[in-house]
Design a protein around this ligand. Structure first.
Ligand code: AMP
Length: 283
């Protein structure tokens, strides 16, 4: 594997390898099996994979969250060394490299700006738009791999590709979970042991909610989720919405259920740590 710390090095290495299609896997590091599954998928599909490892400050709406976000670059590089091929590239830029000056661009994602993560983390997707567009411009990938764990992010990135007029295929990849059901997340390592023990209730609750859909009223499913999550006293629901996978418009009791895929999406406060997860509601 090759390492690039600057955009110049990155572009030089990509040009020298001269293989296509090029696959991109953007990450913020603290790598786990969820990230590795995306990287494996990219390796399977493309002869050249670029993995970026960069904790992007502009997508954090909470300074404390940014400061305590785990940074484990040595461990990340040794995991990457085990799976990447000689030509594949790890891009590990500094803040100065990615933001030589303040990025004042504003991104708008239509209805995606009005629901779930966008409402509860103002500015988050603007930051995602800023960093992902910079990565797309510098790597010029043919394909980019994103995890469905960040369900709304997948929709945002698809929308970004359209806005940029770029010819990039977004490949959504399934959620990888611990054996007890907890979705893998870099933030899981910040959970207190007691809260970590309670956290599988998130996925369990989502699965039960899916089994209630569509026969039970949406408001009753929401009530069930809220009550079930808070039963442990260690977890608190920030939001739970049932949305379609195109426009992500939340269902209410009066919404018609169309011939679409619906996802139950949740954000939970686990102690001080914010976790998100989702399941398909209509298999
Ligand atoms: P992050 O480092 O949290 O920005 O995540 C980088 C990429 O890995 C994103 O596309 C995430 O959706 C994806 N990812 C994170 N956790 C998981 C998981 N448990 N399963 C699948 N993909 C994941």
């Amino acid at each position: 594997m090759q390492i690039a710390n600057t955009k110049k090095e990155l572009q030089k290495q990509i040009a020298e390898v001269a293989l296509s299609p090029v696959g991109l896997v953007p990450t913020m590091g603290a790598l786990h099996e969820g990230h590795l599954s995306l990287i494996r998928k990219s390796i399977e599909t493309t002869p050249l994979t670029v993995v970026s490892v960069y904790v992007n400050p502009t997508q954090f709406n909470d300074k404390e969250d940014f400061n305590k976000y785990p940074r484990t670059i040595e461990n990340d590089l040794s995991l990457l060394k085990n799976i990447l091929r000689d030509n594949d590239i790890v891009f590990t830029p500094t803040d100065k490299e990615m933001y030589p000056e303040k990025d004042t661009r504003e991104f708008h994602f239509g209805n995606l700006d009005n629901v779930m993560e966008a409402v509860h983390r103002p500015g988050h997707f603007n930051g995602v738009g800023q960093i992902v567009s910079k990565l797309f411009e510098n790597v010029k990938p043919d394909m980019a791999f994103f995890g469905l764990k960040d369900f709304q992010q997948v929709a945002v990135v698809k929308n970004l590709v359209k806005q940029m007029g770029a010819d990039i295929t977004i490949v959504p990849c399934p959620i990888i979970r611990e054996s007890d059901g907890l979705a893998l997340s870099s933030r899981n390592r910040l959970l207190d042991p007691e809260i970590r023990k309670a956290a599988p209730a998130i996925y369990k609750t989502l699965c039960t909610a899916a089994s209630m859909f569509p026969d039970t009223k949406v408001s009753d499913i929401k009530k069930f989720v809220d009550e079930n999550i808070s039963m442990t006293k260690l977890l608190k629901t920030i939001y739970f919405e049932i949305v379609d996978d195109e426009d992500l418009i939340p269902l209410s009791d009066s919404s018609p259920i169309l011939n679409k895929s619906y996802y139950g999406c949740i954000a939970v406060l686990a102690g001080k740590i914010r976790l998100i997860d989702n399941v398909i509601m209509n298999q």
